[in-house]
Design a protein around this ligand. Structure first.
Ligand code: HEM
Length: 82
């Protein structure tokens, strides 16, 4: 639940940049997308471009109609601090 969200830095998020441990930031929210990678319609390689990074621009440049907040609700692990 919301009460378990972590406050994370980009340095921490950058550690999770691998296929078996992959986090991604979109609009200041941090998602653990590890279990989603194999299901991404755009392919693994495309999604991995944002692995351990802020993928906001790539995400909205590619598919602004995709509702990430509902799709990845259960993958939400935290919010970023700048
Ligand atoms: C397609 C979700 C991250 C590139 C899609 C589609 C969904 C989706 C639902 C199908 C859209 C449709 O057909 O209307 C997600 C989610 C992401 C994510 C939940 C975050 C975890 C990314 C990133 C990139 C990317 C970072 C990098 C540029 C693409 C591309 C397609 C696509 C190129 C089009 C595939 C095609 O139609 O040939 N994605 N995406 N996605 N995604 Fe993502």
């Amino acid at each position: 639940g919301v009460s378990q969200l972590q406050v994370l830095t980009m340095e921490e998020i950058a550690q999770h940049n691998k296929r078996d441990d992959c986090w991604m930031v979109v609009r200041d929210k941090v998602y653990n997308v590890t279990r989603y990678i194999d299901f991404h319609p755009g392919g693994r390689g495309q999604l991995m471009r944002a692995a351990g990074k802020d993928g906001t621009e790539l995400f909205y440049d590619t598919h602004p109609w995709v509702n990430i907040e509902t799709m990845l609700e259960k993958c939400l692990v935290g919010v970023i601090t700048r």
